[in-house]
Design a protein. Structure first.
Length: 527
């Protein structure tokens, strides 16, 4: 794999020239520096191939499906990047949303593990659990005390009512005994014997003599009955108070145990939050990366449902209508993947698979009057696995120094071809613009950006090193002091540049390695 790195080389060459000039003048050379700037950070894989002139372009979808839209008609002229047709993509949109949700969940779990405030939150929960236990114990103690007082009052009331019953019964017994023993008391019986009535004198009525003790008996009996009822009510009240006391005591013990259980749970959470287990963090970070890859794949599948014109041209053929099902692009001749251009050096159709069909075959759409070139290049297995249709490409031509033409990957052959005893996969790359200096058959280098981020802070990767697991650069000291090792948070790492997430600011100076400057074109700086 070759890496294109023109910008850093120009920086180093300029710095080397400054050093050489300073050496010639006898002045001390200033430390070679570059500045943090904004731009593209890309990782690329490179290969060489031959330019092939094309006049016709066959297009098709990466995967088959139902046509939802056809946005052009035969005879329309289109420009590079125009959307020509779309497939129904509801299922793929839902798959992308699911992948994004899984990514959000994975990131949330990672934040939960690595969150800086997790220990403080766990400690606060533990403190709250202790406060709840203390309040619960106070409440249970107050409830038990109140129940004790209520039960004791009910017991005292019962004792009092029983003593009142005893006094009423004693009073009744005394009055009954006194009434029975009194000789002057005539107490009419409920029924009178007829024999006694016949012997009585009708002219002289019998005297009736009353006794206070006898008269008090009915009232005594009523008092006894009332006292007995009061005792029964007091016994019921005591039983109720004792039952409530037992129930509240059991409920209080349960509440206290639940509060203690919450303390144990909070303590375990605090212990877990306070233990930094790298294995857990690494495992969760791996899940985040896996979810990010799933999102990228789902996004690419969704993007592939839109067929775009890789170059400008005129639509000469459309093989399908809205609502019909079309298959994935395929080919049957020895063409370059995804096009009608010839595959250099291959004449047998079985040697490689074509990503596009001929006009008379299975191509969904055909463009004519294409004034451009294609670059057909073989990639080794490890590089071919990273090359996908639609990726941006920088094409340079050996015979035309200084020219760099933007291009894009059209297709990659699904099967390998034997090139000098090594299995390679052909890829077809379409140049997005032409140049009068280009010729059919010229050797060209293609650098495919397999990963890239744009408009981000960056530093040359040659200035970055790793110390204690951190990415660092060397920055000039304050007021000409000693250089300072400055750590920063790195994002994407490209072939030429490394993305700066934080720790460095735009325009900040970074020292270039001395060895790199010494090795730059133009010779090492002289002291």
């Amino acid at each position: 794999m070759k890496t294109v790195a023109q910008s850093p080389l120009r920086i180093v060459a300029a710095v080397a020239a400054v050093l050489a000039l300073a050496a010639c003048s006898g002045e001390a050379a200033p430390p070679p520096v570059v500045r943090v700037d904004r731009g593209l950070v890309a990782t690329s894989v490179s290969a060489s191939g031959s330019l092939v002139a094309i006049t016709e372009q066959n297009l098709g979808f990466a995967e088959g499906g139902q046509l939802a839209e056809v946005l052009v008609s035969v005879g329309d002229r289109v420009q590079a990047g125009d959307v020509l047709a779309r497939l129904e993509n509801f299922d793929l949109e839902q798959a992308l949303e699911q992948s994004r949700a899984q990514l959000d969940q994975a990131r949330a779990n990672l934040a939960k593990i690595t969150g800086a405030n997790s220990v403080e939150q766990a400690q606060a929960s533990l403190d709250q659990a202790y406060s709840i236990l203390s309040a619960t114990e106070d409440q249970v103690e107050a409830t038990n005390s109140a129940n004790d007082v209520a039960t004791e009052r009910a017991r005292v009331q019962l004792d009092f009512d029983r003593s009142q019953l005893d006094r009423a019964e004693d009073q009744l017994a005394r009055d009954q005994a006194g009434c029975s023993a009194s000789p002057t008391t005539t107490k009419p019986a409920p029924t009178t014997s007829p024999s006694l009535l016949e012997g009585a004198s009708a002219s002289t009525p019998a005297p009736v003599v009353t006794d206070p003790e006898c008269e008090a008996i009915p009232a005594d009996e009523t008092a006894v009955q009332q006292a007995r009822g009061t005792v029964i009510a007091s016994e019921t009240a005591l039983e109720t108070a004792e039952q409530r006391e037992n129930v509240d005591e059991a409920s209080g013990r349960l509440s206290i145990e639940n509060a203690r259980s919450s303390i144990v749970t909070a303590q375990n959470t605090l212990d877990q939050a306070g233990s930094d287990r790298p294995a857990d963090t690494d495992a969760q970070e791996a899940q985040v990366r896996d979810a990010e890859a799933s999102v990228a794949l789902a996004q690419r599948d969704l993007d592939d449902t839109a067929l775009r014109a890789p170059v400008a041209g005129v639509v000469s053929q459309i093989n399908g209508a809205v609502g019909e099902f079309v298959g994935a692009a395929s080919g049957t001749t020895s063409l370059a993947p995804g096009s009608s251009a010839r595959l250099p050096g291959v004449t047998d159709a079985s040697s490689t698979g074509a990503g596009g069909a001929t006009a008379g075959g299975g191509a969904f759409l055909v463009l004519n009057d294409v004034d451009s070139f294609q670059l057909v290049v073989p990639f080794e297995e490890s590089d071919a696995a990273r090359v996908q249709p639609g990726q941006a490409v920088d094409v340079t031509v050996d015979a035309v120094p200084g020219i760099s033409v933007p291009a894009s990957v059209l297709a990659v052959a699904p099967t390998g071809a034997d090139v000098s005893g090594i299995v390679n996969y052909y890829a077809t790359i379409v140049l997005n613009r032409s140049d009068p200096q280009l010729r059919d058959g010229q050797t060209a280098d293609a650098a495919v950006r397999v990963e890239s981020v744009e408009n981000v802070l960056r530093v040359p990767s040659s200035t970055v090193r790793t110390e204690d697991g951190r990415k660092v650069v060397t920055t000039p000291g304050v007021d000409g002091g000693d250089p300072v090792t400055t750590p920063f948070s790195a994002g994407a790492i490209g072939d030429e540049y490394t993305e700066v997430k934080s720790g460095l600011r735009e325009g900040q100076e970074v020292l270039l390695p001395q060895a790199q400057v010494a090795a730059a074109p133009g010779g090492p700086p002289q002291n």
